[in-house]
Design a protein around this ligand. Structure first.
Ligand code: CP
Ligand code: NVA
Length: 304
């Protein structure tokens, strides 16, 4: 059995993903009952961060700690990566010492190179291309709140960014309908639109897009690394703010999700994020549970 990596949601089969979500729900219940199994006893997770993080760092560190393992936080500034050590060298060295490597970075090629050189699983904790760990938590949250997401209508509003790309992968893997509503100049990658055409519809007007939605989700208008475009983006994305009025056009029991951090008054109003249809806090918590299930899956699929 070869080592398995998690660079995108496509690295696991549909069945594996469904099982992983169920396991995440089970691990959550165990933790709530004070019964965290020592799944990662003596295991070490290296966490390489080239971008900021709150949820990803805390959820991975807590997952390891609660299950008997430990983690090492490695920022770009404190490692030799920041001084030009080749990625392949870092991957080979780390993977001789630790059991998993989590990477948050800019270029998706960086996580690919890590995976080419690593003997242990590489986990993509966000690249400019996608954010698959977040989708595990999002799907877990939907399943907990409403049951299976299969066949549901999910609407992505805002920027065709890394989160949007992961939603496109998820539509294929979890078999739901995805409506994407972005300004025309900020569509997601055309290649993905084509690849998953069966599950995806593009509707640039948000009011049309949200009709009959079971889930509405959005994200910041300027992602990490796009700070210089912030002002310009604020203007273009204005019509894409998720407001109570927009939410009212969806199904009456539609859920609202946001991967966070959120900018109230930009992509979402305070009323929506604090409102009764918002599940953003459950969603953030589920990063912890779903990543435990992911780490367990990857650990159990390593050949020795
Ligand atoms: N949603 C998410 O990944 O949050 P952080 O950037 O805080 O890790
Ligand atoms: N699209 C956002 C997601 C943050 C979790 C970013 O890349 O900054």
């Amino acid at each position: 059995m070869a080592v398995r990596h998690f660079l995108t949601l496509l690295d696991l089969s549909k069945n594996e993903l469904d099982t992983l979500i169920q396991r995440a729900i089970e691990l959550k219940a165990l933790q709530k009952n004070g019964k965290c199994p020592p799944l990662f006893k003596n295991k070490v997770l290296a966490m390489v961060f080239e971008k900021s993080s709150t949820r990803t760092r805390v959820s991975f560190e807590t997952a390891m700690a609660q299950c008997g393992g430990s983690s090492i936080f490695l920022s770009q500034n404190d490692t030799q990566l920041g001084r030009g050590e080749p990625i392949g060298d870092m991957a080979r060295v780390l993977s001789r010492m630790v059991d998993f490597i989590m990477v948050r970075t800019y270029s998706h090629d960086t996580v690919k190179i890590f995976s080419q050189y690593s003997k242990v699983p590489i986990i993509n904790a966000l690249t400019d291309f996608c954010h698959p760990c977040q989708l595990l938590a999002d799907v877990q949250t939907y399943v907990e709140q409403r049951g299976s997401i299969q066949g549901k209508k999910v609407v992505w509003i805002g920027d065709g960014n890394n989160m949007c790309h992961s939603y496109m992968n998820a539509a294929h893997q979890f078999d739901f309908e995805l409506i994407i509503s972005t300004p025309v100049a900020y569509k997601p990658q055309a290649e993905l639109m084509q690849k998953f055409a069966k599950h995806i519809t593009f509707i640039t007007e948000p009011e049309q897009a949200v009709k009959n939605a079971d889930l509405i989700t959005t994200d910041v208008w300027a992602s990490m690394g796009q700070e210089a475009e912030q002002q310009e983006r604020m203007q273009v994305f204005k019509p894409y703010q998720v407001t109570n009025e927009l939410l009212a056009l969806a199904k009456s029991d539609a859920l609202f999700m946001h991967c966070l951090p959120a900018h109230r008054g930009e992509e979402v109003t305070a009323e929506v994020i604090e409102g009764s249809q918002s599940v953003v806090w459950q969603q953030a918590e589920n990063r912890l549970h779903s990543q435990k299930a992911l780490l367990e899956f990857l650990m159990n699929n390593i050949s020795n």
